[in-house]
Write a protein that binds this ligand. Structure first.
Ligand code: BGC
Length: 547
């Protein structure tokens, strides 16, 4: 008999971008009280777990990914007691809680970095401080570029330089330092003791660098900053073998706890084979596979990406993972609302190019709904980014003076960054703040558009054909139809149509330019547009039973 599956191997995980989820105190910023008040909504949606983006004290140079204290809660989000209540209340509803740990860098306001700047003995060794190049040391120590733009080095008052792969306010830690390793293992225990079920690991492939921090040598790669993806394993900052020893230590910490505690890696590496190395039995449990998110709306690519993800996860006994979007990339609706490339989308940092084409959001919405049915029928774990269940689009016209993402400034105002996928959620009413904050006069930290009334939770709850209703129906059916349905088998289908079977259920999606007939005798259980019976329209997906 096959061993029983753990919850995380088949879970639907809902990503809570806490700053923009729900505001409990009316300051225009989402918080723990807001999230607690909406737990029932998540229970009703039917998700198995939530992953909460960083909620620790932070000066917010990068929306919380610059952590100044790993053992507390950001005051504008709430308190440790509130966090504790949230974890308990989520568990009461059967929802697991996954936090986000940021080990590659701290905030420049972390006590360790302040001590380093004060030149306390030994304090600089926890980071990467070194002297510059050139006669007077005024050139950065190597040619590395920050993901957000510009050199990955900043010079301090005494003339030395420190490394930051992201913003200058996010100095990279030196993971060869034993105190750094010990500190993070202790932080993991701190939260495990409080009942947290696991961690999503930020920039999991970045911690260990090639000793001596040599130049990146491939000019085509070094000429393209702003992307973790392009660098892959071809750059001395990424995906080095030494990082695996760190995760073996973390796994030993997690394994001390019952019930099971788990890790999910965010690792932008060059192939699923490289990714599988993070998932060896004594390392991490699972990792985001991003090719699904990068796939254009094209049948052959979708099939290729699905096969590759399943195959490489299986090679290390891990479940495949399916992500359509997150807080770092253009929302799915908008990605599918423009002409589709032939290849995987290179990087989301190509926003400027995309934005030149007028989006057709209704088309994007139709495709996003179909993509959701494909995602939720696949074996393994699915991640739903808040607002996907409402089919929200990217807001591409945030006024320049209200932009928050450090990418905007660091790219020299050429890349608008990620604010457009982080707009506070619309819950009800017909105008901003759409119930995001209890106080109707609240000013949200990023402005909401004027046209979101039809997309609010309240409006969609009234409409059985809404995207929210589709997600609820899909998540209700998923345990019976798909959760334990076993391996995927491709079905023969017309050109441009992707069809697969798992157990007694099938998923069909039409990415061609003409309607197609469904197989004789197929019973449609759920469709991404209402009214589908025997003919599958373009840009539509269905779940069918064959017995
Ligand atoms: C997170 C980003 C963040 C970066 C630096 C990522 O991959 O998802 O939102 O800016 O790490 O911490």
């Amino acid at each position: 008999m096959a061993p029983e599956q753990s919850w995380w191997q088949t879970a639907v995980v809902y990503q809570v971008y806490i700053r923009s989820f729900a505001d409990g105190n009316g300051d225009g910023i989402g918080d723990i009280e807001g999230l607690r008040a909406k737990l029932a909504y998540l229970g009703r949606l039917g998700v198995d777990a939530i992953w909460i983006n960083p909620w620790y004290p932070s000066p917010m140079a990068d929306a919380g990914y610059d952590v100044s204290d790993y053992r507390d809660i950001e005051p504008s989000y709430g308190t440790l007691d509130e966090a504790q209540s949230l974890i308990a209340e989520a568990h009461d509803l059967g929802i697991r809680v996954i936090l986000d740990i940021v080990p590659n860098h701290t905030s420049d306001q972390h006590v360790w970095f302040k001590a380093a700047l004060a030149d306390d003995p030994g304090a600089r060794d926890r980071y990467h401080f070194t002297s510059g190049r050139g006669d007077d040391g005024s050139e950065p120590p190597n040619n590395w570029q920050s993901i957000f733009g510009g050199p990955a080095w900043t010079r301090v008052a005494d003339g030395s330089w420190y490394l930051h792969l992201f913003a200058p306010e996010q100095p990279d830690l030196n993971w060869d330092h034993p105190e750094v390793r010990a500190e993070f293992e202790d932080v993991l225990s701190f939260w495990f003791e409080r009942g947290v079920d696991g961690f999503r690991i930020d920039v999991a492939h970045g911690l260990v660098k090639v000793p001596g921090l040599p130049d990146g040598v491939d000019p085509s790669v070094d000429a393209v900053p702003h992307s973790m993806l392009v660098f892959g394993d071809q750059h001395p900052a990424w995906d080095q073998d030494g990082v695996h020893e760190v995760y073996r230590g973390w796994r030993a910490v997690a394994d001390r706890y019952t019930p099971e505690r788990i890790f999910i890696a965010e690792a932008w590496v060059s192939s699923n084979e490289r990714l599988a190395r993070y998932l060896r039995p004594d390392e991490l449990h699972t990792a985001f596979q991003f090719d699904f998110l990068r796939s254009p709306w094209r049948a052959e690519k979708l099939r290729e990406v699905i096969d590759d993800a399943i195959g490489s996860a299986a090679s290390v006994g891990a479940p495949p993972t399916w992500v359509l979007s997150n807080h770092d990339v253009t929302r799915t609706v908008t990605r599918f609302s423009r002409s589709q490339p032939d290849q995987l989308v290179e990087t989301d940092w190509e926003r400027a190019r995309w934005a030149r084409e007028e989006p057709d959001h209704e088309l994007g919405r139709k495709r996003a709904r179909a993509a959701a049915l494909v995602q939720l029928a696949l074996p393994g774990t699915a991640y739903v980014y808040q607002g996907e269940e409402l089919a929200l689009e990217e807001i591409e016209d945030v006024p320049d003076d209200l932009r928050q993402d450090p990418t905007w400034v660091q790219s020299g105002y050429t890349d608008v960054g990620r604010d457009g996928c982080r707009i506070p959620l619309p819950w009800k009413d017909t105008a901003p703040p759409y119930g995001f904050a209890g106080d109707p006069a609240a000013v949200t930290w990023l402005p909401q558009p004027d046209h979101w009334a039809p997309h609010s939770v309240e409006a969609q709850e009234r409409d059985s054909a809404s995207t929210l209703s589709l997600y609820r129906d899909a998540l209700e059916l998923r345990p019976t139809l798909w959760r334990d349905a076993g391996d995927l088998k491709w079905l023969t289908a017309p050109d441009g149509v992707v069809a697969f079977e798992r157990g007694a259920s099938q998923c069909w999606v039409n990415i061609s330019t003409a309607d197609v007939d469904l197989p004789h005798g197929a019973v449609v259980v759920l469709a991404s547009v209402p009214g589908v019976e025997t003919t599958l329209p373009v840009d539509t997906a269905v779940w069918v039973r064959t017995e």
